[in-house]
Design a protein around this ligand. Structure first.
Ligand code: G4P
Length: 291
């Protein structure tokens, strides 16, 4: 897969991020629960050191619940606060407020010692494109959408959304750049639809996805499409085409159409809750059954 990313764009995004980070206490980083590592950019760890950190495992409704738990534990072990959410439905959002207070204890205590009372925590949402940043800001802050307007010392155009007495959110999210260089990461981003389909070979992608699902989630393809899960990936795609009547002029198999169905149904969760990436196995708990 040959994917292009423009260094100029990246440098500008990074510079903007550095500026914005100066204004805030807490980074709320969204990752996609189906690919929590591939959908994050570890550069944010360097950029955001000294800030309180909260990771939201978003789209947790589309990911395998067992792995949602494991990923939460994984990030917690690394020192992040973690909340599983579904920004679209609002599930999980209620518990965020309490976790933020906990994550920012040090800042609250520092303020108290210095005699600063009631200074709200300032937070910013970051993440790679398509992880759900806007959806999250709208559903979390949407109702409280009383914008505080520009304040002295704040870059013109920046707006703070006042969520309550203790929390203010920058209204525009910080966009992180995905790590395309790694082929496997690129593939996972393609699976979830974070790379424009026009530049991908969807048929090839669907074959890999079918093979992955049949291996890691036996039974799901049979349940969804009523097909046998044996044979080559091509035969699986042909079986889907057959069941869904994907035919050109009534006889030839329409591979492109069948591939489109598989990708679309995977992406919106119709095939099932599927996680594409598992937490790296730590030394002491090494298993051989992790792909
Ligand atoms: P971004 O700002 O980070 O780029 O992402 P954005 O909010 O635009 O969300 C990208 C897509 O992901 C949207 O779908 C959005 O509805 C969907 N989404 C966000 N959070 C969740 C979640 O927790 N669960 C699920 N299932 N989907 C989520 P879209 O296809 O662009 O639009 P639509 O389907 O809402 O019409």
């Amino acid at each position: 897969m040959n994917l292009q990313w423009y260094p100029g764009h990246m440098t500008k995004a990074k510079r903007q991020m550095q500026e914005d980070l100066k204004l805030i206490d807490l980074i709320i980083e969204l990752v996609d629960a189906r690919i929590p590592l591939s959908s994050r950019n570890p550069d944010i760890d360097e950029l955001g050191k000294n800030k309180a950190r909260l990771i939201l495992l978003n789209k947790s409704d589309l990911a395998d619940e067992r792995y949602n738990e494991q990923w939460s534990a994984y990030f917690q072990k690394k020192g992040f606060y973690v909340v599983k959410v579904n920004a679209k439905s609002g599930a999980g959002l209620k518990s965020i407020q309490g976790v933020i207070q906990e994550a920012c204890k040090a800042k609250i205590e520092r303020d108290r010692r210095r005699g600063i009372k009631n200074r709200p925590i300032r937070a910013m949402v970051v993440g790679i494109p398509n992880v759900g940043k806007s959806t999250f800001i709208n559903s979390y802050a949407g109702k409280a959408c009383a914008k505080t307007g520009n304040k002295p010392g704040v870059t013109k155009g920046k707006q703070w959304i006042r969520l309550n007495k203790t929390l203010e959110l920058l209204d525009t999210p910080g966009i992180l750049w995905p790590k395309f260089e790694d082929q496997e990461v690129g593939k996972r981003l393609a699976f979830i639809g974070s790379i424009k389909d026009e530049i991908l070979n969807l048929e090839e992608l669907s074959l890999e996805l079918l093979d992955y699902i049949r291996t890691n989630y036996p039974g799901l393809l049979n349940t969804r499409y009523g097909i046998k899960e044996e044979g080559t990936p091509v035969s699986l795609l042909e079986a889907v085409a057959d069941k869904r009547k994907c035919l050109i002029r009534g006889q030839e198999i329409d591979y492109a159409k069948a591939a489109g169905i598989v990708m679309e149904e995977f992406r919106n969760g119709k095939i099932g809750r599927i996680t594409l990436e598992f937490p790296p196995v730590e030394e002491e708990t090494a298993h051989e059954d992790h792909p």
